[in-house]
Design a protein around this ligand. Structure first.
Ligand code: HPA
Length: 276
């Protein structure tokens, strides 16, 4: 990886100037395709455009606004990325994860990482919200490649638990009180930007994947590297290629994310309240 401590310092300085105070937050939120609306639901929100923050890239994907938003959710101080970066945009994998390290430096303890995905598991339906319990990195890229920055984390981070299980058990307990269940799944990460082929999806199912998408894994790796508790939530916006006799489109991804807005917002709130 690149030595990111310097760029994180510059980023924090810019954020402090924009906020007029030292930035801090207990939890972070990365909002994926079509899910950026959640940043509008924060109380006492202050938005900083990514262009003003060194180390933050341009967010070029449709449905990714490009603001870092400080605010509160259920009384908890949070910082939200309204839009994320993807390697398919042509970015270096190590540049994708700078925001995670910035969050660590301002005190973020837990990071809720959200995305839109294709459903491989035929028990899933478009609109389902699935907790990411494990990952398969099928991009063959890793954001930690290169000299390690020991100020950030160890050379060989442990990835034997991707999801913070204590946090997950608390979320499950709270949902049970409301008679609601939460499914978990394994997310396979592809580089994109094309959607997968039916043969690839069959192969991924055989490998044990339930969900497929083009994001999240770099940020999950960065969490485990720098010691932030990760909680991944995937919105199944469509069934993966070949599962249904229909073509895939970004419009369907955005439409489904839009349809489940309130359910998604409620789940994120429960996840935040379960941490506090
Ligand atoms: N494949 C990859 N990424 C995605 C998909 C998909 O089917 N849906 C939403 N993001």
């Amino acid at each position: 990886m690149k030595h990111l401590s310097g760029v994180v310092d510059s980023g924090i300085k810019a954020v402090r100037e924009a906020l007029g105070r030292a930035p801090s937050a207990k939890l972070g939120l990365i909002l994926g395709s079509g899910l950026g609306f959640m940043a509008e639901r924060l109380e006492k929100a202050v938005k900083i455009p990514y262009q003003k923050i060194p180390g933050f890239l341009a967010s070029t994907a449709i449905g990714h606004e490009g603001n870092l938003v400080f605010g509160e959710l259920s009384g908890v101080a949070v910082v939200a990325m309204q839009g994320r970066f993807h390697c398919y945009e042509g970015y270096d994998p190590s540049d994708i994860i700078t925001p995670v390290y910035l969050m660590k430096r301002i005190g973020v303890e837990g990071l809720i990482i959200t995305n839109a995905s294709g459903g491989i598991n035929t028990d899933y339906r478009a609109g389902d919200l699935i907790v990411i319990q494990d990952i398969i990195n099928f991009s063959f890229q890793n954001p930690l490649v290169g000299e390690n920055d020991e100020n950030i984390g160890p050379r060989f981070p442990d990835m034997s638990t991707v999801l913070d299980m204590e946090w997950f058990e608390r979320v499950k307990g709270r949902l049970k009180e409301k008679n609601k269940e939460l499914k978990t799944g394994t997310y396979v990460y592809t580089l994109g930007p094309m959607y997968e082929t039916p043969a690839e999806i069959r192969a991924f199912r055989y490998l044990g994947a339930d969900l497929v998408g083009m994001s999240t894994v770099p940020e999950l790796i960065a969490c485990r590297h720098c010691g932030i508790r990760p909680f991944g939530i995937s919105c199944v916006t469509n069934m993966a290629a070949g599962v249904l006799p229909q073509k895939l489109s970004h419009q369907e991804v955005m439409d489904t994310a839009n349809r489940v807005k309130d359910t998604f917002a409620n789940l994120v709130k429960v996840v935040v309240e379960s941490y506090a």
